[in-house]
Design a protein around this ligand. Structure first.
Ligand SMILES: Nc1ncnc2c1ncn2[C@@H]1O[C@H](COP(=O)(O)OP(=O)(O)O)[C@@H](O)[C@H]1O
Ligand SMILES: N[C@@H](CCOP(=O)(O)O)C(=O)O
Length: 320
């Protein structure tokens, strides 16, 4: 998100007491993000991020997300570390929400990534996939086809308000995905939301990955497809082949894709575009405007769905 839930200084000061973070100097809500309420904290020992988990995060999943960040960090992936309180707990409660403090990562997310940045992201994604291979916990993807179906059922009746004809278009896609979604491809821990706002750079160099709150076990190539959607389209919705080539080459320099994974890319990319279109559509139709909440435009992902439907060969993404 955003800030859906506000906190006041005295409750925040009391919340921080059991954590080894020093005394609160200042804090402010962060407008970026979509899912949770985030605050930047400055304390006498440094900077931290406070996250209050909102509707789409199931509290039962928090040990998975937080454990995964710790695991990946130990394997050399630059990602935030959850801060443990003096009594050994990590997950607290604040303003009626589960709340966690994580370490602050330096760097900037990019509005206009270049092909070089896309190459770095591809490489980091493959490193994440390899580093997750011995993570002992598992979490099914709540936003796989069954989860899409729930969002769609809740949005279907008003879909044509957003784009005339959308309901029929997406109904046809569902029929295709439910019959033909790839099975048997390599799977493991995926990030599942590695968009430019979740990747930090210092110059050309990638400095960190954040926002593991959609991470789950699913197809590695689906995560690659999500990155193609998030990193390689221009503002006019054209696919930038140079960026696609760089992202895929970066990924394959660490973890080569199998022939089956390559062949499945158009369908996976179309499914991933539908998944992000659906969460955006649902929020567009249900989340109130205002405050520190930025709603994302579902039509950007309708354009991507249409692009992928027209793909004839995975080489059109830049596979060499
Ligand atoms: N560990 C971190 N270090 C620095 N900034 C962070 C960190 N975690 C989150 N942020 C900031 O907070 C914003 C929202 O975080 P994010 O995890 O993407 O939220 P959400 O889960 O709500 O989408 C990010 O875009 C970034 O600006
Ligand atoms: N990346 C998603 C929304 C999730 O937002 P994030 O801030 O958690 O990355 C989208 O673009 O629809």
């Amino acid at each position: 998100m955003a800030v859906y839930t506000d906190v006041n200084e005295s409750e925040l000061g009391a919340f921080l007491k059991p954590y080894p973070v020093g005394d609160l100097l200042s804090y402010k809500g962060i407008a970026e993000g979509t899912e949770n309420s985030n605050f930047l904290l400055h304390t006498t020992s440094g900077s931290y991020i406070l996250t209050l988990y909102e509707k789409r995060v199931d509290k039962a999943d928090l040990p998975f997300f937080l454990g995964l960040m710790g695991h990946l960090a130990r394997k050399g992936i630059s990602c935030p570390l959850p801060v443990t309180a003096h009594d050994g707990t990590v997950i607290g409660a604040l303003a009626g929400r589960p709340a966690v403090i994580i370490t602050f990562l330096e760097g900037l997310s990019l509005r206009r990534p270049t092909a070089a940045h896309c190459g770095e992201v591809g490489k980091a994604l493959a490193q994440l996939h390899l580093a997750g291979q011995d993570f002992p916990m598992t979490r099914p993807n709540a936003l796989a086809i069954d989860g899409w179906r729930k969002l769609w059922n809740a949005s279907h009746a008003r879909a044509d308000e957003v784009e005339p004809g959308l309901a029929a278009e997406v109904d046809a896609d569902f029929a295709d995905f439910e019959r033909n979604w790839p099975k048997g491809l390599p799977k493991g821990i995926i990030h599942a939301d590695l968009f430019p706002d979740n990747v930090f750079f210092l110059g050309e160099k990638l400095s960190g990955l954040i926002d593991f709150y959609f991470a789950c076990n699913d197809l590695y190539a689906y995560d690659v497809a999500t990155c193609l959607n998030a990193w390689c389209f221009e503002k006019d919705f054209s696919f930038n082949l140079t960026k696609g080539t760089a992202l895929l080459a970066g990924y394959q320099s660490v973890r080569p894709l199998s022939g089956d994974e390559k062949a499945a890319l158009p369908m996976l990319a179309r499914g991933s575009a539908l998944r992000f279109m659906l969460t955006r559509l649902y929020d567009w139709l249900t989340v109130a405007n205002g405050g520190l909440v930025i709603k994302r435009d579902p039509t950007e992902y309708i354009r991507r769905m249409r692009f992928h439907r027209a793909i004839k060969s995975p080489s059109e993404y830049g596979l060499t």
